[in-house]
Design a binder for this molecule. Structure first.
Ligand code: N7H
Length: 586
């Protein structure tokens, strides 16, 4: 096979006979801008020679944190239990109009995107907001226990059983040991010790609020909380968190929120507007229709939102419509919330100690704590992928949205030809790394997203069906660099939230199938040392992983410490606006 200019082996590999490439190469040349390109793409048909036909998503029905995601600098959560059901229904009736929708969040998101851009201009505007922007947004989720209360005695009373997901039905506390959480009741991570969500302390309702301004956010949450309490609900838990810096580094010191699945679909009423912007020039790259940002595979929306097509064998063809619940669950999504405490001092000590031990071994001379951290995460602190920069960090790549996710593991990657007006920085291209010599198999980002590489479940499609929409925020103050007194006494971490169409197959599978397994998605590898947990009785929570130095020198890192400890949470369903009003409140 001869390579076409600008087309990487990765792309040719990916095409794999799934896309009618020849006609695509003859597709229209550059449009003036991406919007025009999107509009053109939207009118094309898969049966012709261009983009797949993507469904319109119901922008007034889907909650905005599902899609496109709130992504605000301030986030607060409140977990509530229902007292008197009739009063709670009254409160839901009042709260329903305050729930922010996909359409509302998308308008604001479009302004932020236009303001920050994607290339060099974005680097200078990171963290800045368009003038006048001051949103306060609210979304809601209900646990299976909450749904049971609200549905009981009504015409939908039997509908709870129609939610097929056993994780949702049973709840997070009941599934905790399956996720690898500590089973010793004395351990902090055991559900008995969670701040909420443990046995007998489960929440019926989870509110998620996001805002540009922390004070405004806190004020609105206080109002909503007061209304809820007046309607007989009890606040079980409440916490807020915010970004630590403009780039979005989490407590261990790595930029987070870089790689999200691109979601296929368009917004009703706004022709040409894809939920996920398209950035690759389809006239020059046959596989352009596979991606949003370079390297960001597009996934059919039924993997995340009920009532839409899921992935099929051909990534450009919609699969079956996925409605794993009652008819009124359409436009809903499962919400996982976990309060994850991070042992920052312990993580740093592990990196330092590992670097010292490794440096004494042939092939690892001179490795630093930062080098070890990058091998455990798969990215350097800036977010730059190890796959593109194996030897050292570069903050400019970390924030280059047109390059920082453009890599695979199975084959060499190359820079994609971008749509008119877009320009990525010049960075080394990622080399094929099928066995993890550069980015170890155990690296966090490789454990949770096998990308195009073969894995124990198959190939790319299996990865698509495991993806989640992450919507987390940090809690607690940063731990300073100097060791010594910690004013927060270790109380910092991630308010982890994610949306998906199956808790069992997505969130739970990532935890117990891949992060918490030494052998999957592919051996040899070891555990995800950052987040993975070893709950196997008798293993004493020991985790180890393999890293490679120069000349394929091999070393094993081992720890008995959990650097991330679950301290609360729950499984919820985020219904559509009409289901909230007509089925649950009504
Ligand atoms: Fe992870 N970390 O700081 O080390 N995560 N994560 N995560 N995570 C990612 O790509 C982190 C957690 C995913 O597509 C990055 O956005 C921490 C859970 C997925 O390439 C970093 C915690 C689950 C991705 C971290 C935590 C996931 C991802 C790289 C807990 C799922 C995208 C930045 C305290 C069950 C991977 C980025 C991709 C990326 C960290 C939790 C999943 C730096 C500290 C519980 C799917």
């Amino acid at each position: 096979m001869t390579e076409q200019p600008g087309v990487s082996r990765r792309h040719l590999f990916i095409s794999g006979g799934l896309v009618a490439t020849a006609p695509l190469l003859g597709a229209a040349r550059h449009a003036e801008d991406i919007s025009a390109k999107q509009a053109a793409a939207g009118t094309a048909t898969a049966a012709g020679n261009q983009a797949p036909v993507e469904p319109y998503l119901d922008g007034d029905e889907i909650q905005g944190n599902v899609l496109p995601g709130f992504m605000k600098p301030y986030m607060a959560v409140a977990a509530l239990t229902i007292g008197d059901v009739a009063s709670a229904k009254g409160w839901l009736t009042d709260v329903a109009p305050r729930i922010t929708t996909l359409a509302e969040a998308m308008q604001s998101r479009a302004k932020v995107r236009a303001f920050r851009g994607l290339g060099a201009e974005r680097r200078n505007r990171l963290g800045a907001l368009p003038p006048g922007m001051n949103d306060v947004w609210l979304n809601i989720g209900l646990s299976s226990g909450g749904l049971k209360k609200l549905l009981s005695g009504g015409k939908h009373a039997g509908d709870l059983g129609l939610f097929v997901d056993q994780g949702f039905q049973r709840g997070l506390a009941a599934r905790s040991s399956l996720l690898g959480d500590p089973t010793d009741p004395a351990a902090d991570g055991h559900p008995a010790n969670w701040v909420f969500g443990g046995p007998g302390r489960e929440a019926d309702v989870l509110l998620i609020l996001a805002a540009d301004d922390a004070e405004d956010g806190a004020r609105v949450l206080a109002q909503v909380r007061a209304d809820a309490v007046a309607s007989g609900l009890t606040v079980r838990y409440e916490e807020s968190g915010q970004k630590l810096d403009a780039v979005g580094k989490e407590h261990f010191g790595f930029q987070d929120g870089i790689s999200q699945p691109g979601v296929r679909g368009r917004l009703a009423g706004l022709p040409g507007d894809f939920i996920t912007p398209r950035t690759i020039d389809p006239s020059r790259l046959p596989d352009a229709w596979l991606y949003g940002l370079p390297g960001q595979y597009l996934v059919w929306p039924g993997e995340f939102v009920f009532g839409y097509p899921r992935s099929a064998a051909d990534p450009l063809t919609p699969g079956q419509v996925n409605l794993p619940g009652p008819a009124w669950s359409k436009n809903g999504s499962y919400l996982v919330f976990r309060r994850l405490r991070q042992d920052v001092a312990g993580f740093r000590a592990f990196l330092a100690q590992s670097a010292e031990t490794l440096s004494a071994q042939p092939g690892f001379e001179g490795v630093t704590p930062e080098w070890v951290g990058a091998r455990l995460v798969g990215r350097w602190p800036s977010g730059a992928p190890v796959a593109r920069l194996p030897y050292g960090d570069n903050p400019a790549l970390g924030v280059d949205r047109l390059a920082n996710n453009n890599f695979g593991f199975a084959a060499d990657a190359a820079d994609d030809p971008l749509a008119a007006g877009l320009k990525a920085g010049q960075w080394p291209e990622a080399k094929a790394d099928p066995v993890g010599l550069t980015c170890p198999m155990s690296a966090h980002i490789r454990k949770v997203n096998a990308r195009e590489a073969a894995n124990d479940l198959g190939g790319r499609r299996a990865s698509f069906s495991r993806r989640i929409l992450r919507r987390s925020q940090l809690f607690g103050p940063a731990l300073g660099e100097s060791s010594g007194h910690d004013p927060a006494n270790g109380n910092r971490g991630l308010l982890f939230a994610c949306y998906q169409a199956s808790i069992e197959d997505q969130f739970e599978f990532l935890c117990n199938g891949w992060m918490g397994s030494a052998k999957r998605p592919r051996s040899p590898g070891g555990f995800d040392m950052v987040i993975g947990q070893n709950g196997v009785p008798g293993d004493r929570r020991e985790r180890s992983c393999t890293v490679f130095g120069r000349g394929a020198a091999t070393a094993t890192l081992t720890t008995m410490n959990d650097f991330v400890v679950p301290t609360g949470g729950g499984y919820f369903f985020s219904p559509s606006i009409s289901a909230l009003k007509e089925v649950l409140a009504g």
